[in-house]
Design a protein around this ligand. Structure first.
Ligand code: FES
Length: 377
């Protein structure tokens, strides 16, 4: 995966970024980046790694640098629908300056889009994406210099990027990662973290096994008590895992300053109906959505437990999207009539959205028939 030799990357191999403000802005926030899928590697552990390089022939000479913890978003065009899928970068800013991005996917994916990717993406394939995005990163004006990260399974990906960036000197904070799994064989990226932790004292890893005793690993389930036994002083906490895990941690950190508490949200599916704030009575299992487009009106249907974005996409109505978790505002859509349910954890609406009637359909569910305005359909 990441080899020792990467530390010795020669400066001449690293793309030089010009120092003017315009060039810097363009290198950080390009409107489009053309990529080639350069290499697919089976990591032999149930995970597949995808390495992307700039597509120079299509006009991208260098990749946008990013904050470790951010993600990139791909347009996915299947036979019956267009959608997007975002992935956290596991590579580091230095890797981006050296000319590549890496993402990792689990081989056993139970959703249709993930399976489509695994079956169809090929080396040499070309993609156009935007700049990396997301706000799951260390910010020295906001965070303690001690960061506690807690991850389950593939939740560990954003922390791979952070740990590597600390080791390479692009980030300067202390990372204590609590990496939990049910069994030792599922701590798939342990060797990677051990390698980094043995080379910098700014990265420390506490391994936790739920169902097994193993020397060097704690037995049990991560908790606030366990964290505070292992970390001295104030800290910011970054969580990456399932919604259930976030709820469990939120109960323990309910009184923690919100600016110091962050979750990595790339929601693919949420069981909204069982959430405690979901209305007791919803009049139907399926609702009509009237979509006012530039060229007329379309009427589509949406299940009560389906995101409005997913219903739009399945009916060929394209709304830009990125995080699919209410955070990036790319899917921002005007609602003219009707009611929606938005889980608290995904409600990224701002004051102006409430005032002018905008929702993020990526994390909104119909509670009645709706009327929406989507210009480009
Ligand atoms: S896709 Fe990011 S807010 Fe909807």
């Amino acid at each position: 995966m990441f080899k020792k030799t990467e530390k010795s990357i020669k400066h001449t191999e690293i793309v030089q970024y010009e120092n003017t403000v315009d060039n810097l802005a363009a290198s950080l926030h390009p409107k489009v980046q053309h990529l080639v899928l350069s290499k697919i590697t089976d990591l032999q552990s149930g995970y597949i790694e995808f390495l992307f390089k700039p597509d120079i022939l299509a006009g991208t000479k260098k990749l946008a640098v990013f904050r470790p913890g951010q993600f990139i978003t791909f347009d996915i065009e299947m036979k019956d629908m267009k959608t997007t899928r975002s992935f956290p970068l596991v590579s580091s800013p230095l890797d981006a300056r050296s000319g590549f991005y890496k993402i990792i996917l689990k081989r056993e994916i139970s959703d249709k889009v993930g399976n489509f990717i695994l079956k169809n993406w090929r080396e040499g394939q070309k993609f156009s994406i935007g700049a990396p995005s997301g706000n799951f990163y260390y910010e020295k004006l906001r965070d303690f210099s001690n960061v506690v990260a807690v991850a389950f399974g593939s939740g560990v990906f954003p922390f791979m990027s952070m740990a590597k960036a600390i080791y390479e000197g692009d980030e300067n904070f202390n990372l204590t990662l609590f990496y939990e799994s049910n069994r030792a064989k599922n701590l798939v990226f342990k060797r990677f973290f051990d390698w980094i932790a043995s080379r910098t004292d700014k990265v420390r890893v506490v391994y936790i096994l739920e169902n097994e005793n193993l020397s060097g690993c704690k037995r049990g389930i991560v908790s606030r008590d366990m964290i505070e036994e292992n970390v001295e002083g104030g800290y910011s906490i970054f969580l990456s895992g399932s919604q259930k895990f976030y709820e469990y941690m939120k109960n323990q950190y309910f009184n923690y300053p919100p600016k110091l508490y962050r979750t990595f949200d790339l929601k693919q599916s949420v069981d909204v109906i069982s959430q405690k704030n979901y209305p007791k009575f919803v009049s139907s299992e399926i609702f009509n959505i009237q979509v006012k487009c530039r060229n007329g009106i379309k009427v589509i249907q949406c299940m009560k437990n389906q995101t409005i974005l997913s219903a739009l996409e399945k009916n060929g109505i394209n709304v830009p999207s990125g995080c699919r978790s209410g955070k990036c505002a790319l899917c921002h859509t005007k609602i003219v009539a009707g009611q929606v349910y938005i889980p608290d954890d995904f409600d990224g609406r701002r004051i102006a959205d409430f005032k002018y009637g905008y929702i993020h359909p990526c994390c909104s569910y119909p509670l009645s028939n709706l009327i929406l305005v989507v210009k480009d359909c």
